[in-house]
Ligand binder design. Structure first.
Ligand code: ATP
Ligand code: LTN
Length: 327
């Protein structure tokens, strides 16, 4: 049985880049596995201080946005990490199976602990909690960005060691790194990626932008001094980015769009792309609002956490038994 699991840390804002680069591929993967798990890693957000009110709002926002974008609760088990008490319990048992040197060698820990001398212990144990997230449900594949690859490999090492010491308990997971997908670029500076931490908001479309704002940003996107619409990422990064966006959202091939714009100017292309983006985002936003304000979201999370707890409890009992922490 093939299983896929991934976690999202509820920090930052969704951009059109995140949608096209991460959410759309995940929505497609839902059909390729027997079981899929998607959770909000809210406990992981706490390694650095979060304003409690803001964090709470963001957790709901994240779940609602993923479902609005097409993550289907019928295919995917959706839950909040913090609602499963067995995950931190499993994490403790795994901490005792992880070497200090192994944990302190994690690149993210090394970098972040250097940035701030008063870092929390949680920053060090963070990947072990992540191992618990991954290992409790016997997942095979873990889609992550390249920065998290080392953490999934640690989970695999810890699982292997546990299996060796105490007997076969865990499936060995592997990181699933998407092949170089479409990288959406900043509208103002199309040589760099569209990023939520970018200071100039004019180059970034967020999933919450209105039709008016989207149109304004796209109409003012940086292009080049030529006149013809064609795809060339090196010489025409701005136009190529607009073509990528239109193609990713409409399903049309780039060549078809190029064909459609022979003899037309950049303004017409921009209007066309703005229309596609605005129509897509309006549909997502409408569903998002309904989810955020309705009862469906809680029903989805209630159902998801039940399944998650059932699996985690069984794994925890099994681990305790093997380790000898039983009456
Ligand atoms: P930051 O501004 O903090 O770097 P980000 O917007 O780049 O954040 P991440 O949280 O690093 O987003 O990434 C979340 C996911 O979205 C990753 O899988 C990443 O590959 C994808 N992603 C982010 N930006 C883009 C983009 N411009 N084009 C395609 N995919 C993207
Ligand atoms: N550490 C990840 C979030 C995360 C995760 C996981 C991802 C927590 N647990 C388990 C995959 C599997 C991050 O910072 N993006």
């Amino acid at each position: 049985m093939s299983k896929l699991l991934t976690g999202l840390k509820p920090t930052g804002e969704f951009t059109l880049g995140n949608y096209i680069g991460a959410i759309v591929p995940l929505v497609k993967l839902q059909d390729d596995y027997d079981e899929v798990f998607l959770f909000v890693a809210d406990l992981h957000a706490l390694t650095v201080y979060q304003d409690p009110k803001e964090l709470r709002a963001r957790i709901r926002k994240f779940i609602a946005m993923y479902i609005a974008c097409g993550v289907d609760p019928k295919k995917t088990t959706i839950y909040l990490q913090s609602e499963n008490p067995y995950i931190p319990a499993i994490s403790w048992l795994l901490e005792c199976t992880t070497q200090f040197g192994e944990a302190s060698r994690m690149i993210q820990f090394k970098e972040k602990s250097k940035q701030n001398a008063n870092f929390s212990v949680g920053l060090l144990t963070y990947p072990i909690l992540m191992a618990a997230d991954i290992l409790y449900c016997d997942t095979n594949d873990v889609p992550v960005g390249i920065d998290q690859k080392q953490h999934v490999e640690l989970a695999r090492d810890v699982a292997e060691r546990f299996n060796h010491k105490y007997g076969e308990t865990f499936v060995l997971p592997q990181p699933y790194i998407a092949k170089e997908g479409t990288k959406i670029k900043d509208l103002k500076d199309p040589t760099k990626k569209m990023s939520k931490s970018e200071e100039n908001p004019q180059g970034v479309i967020t999933m919450f932008d209105t039709r008016e704002v989207i149109t304004k940003k796209i109409m003012r996107a940086t292009t080049d001094s030529e006149m013809d619409v064609h795809f060339d990422e090196d010489k025409k990064p701005g136009i190529s980015n607009l073509l990528n966006i239109a193609s990713a959202l409409s399903g049309q091939k780039i060549a078809e769009i190029e064909q459609q714009f022979v003899g037309k100017n950049y303004g017409e292309l921009k209007q066309y792309v703005a229309e596609i983006v605005a129509t897509k985002l309006e549909a997502i936003q409408a569903r998002y609002e309904t989810l955020l304000n309705g009862k469906e979201l809680d029903a989805i999370l209630d159902q998801g956490i039940q399944k998650s707890i059932q699996l985690a409890k069984a794994k925890y009992e099994q681990m305790k038994e093997k380790m000898g922490v039983v009456r």
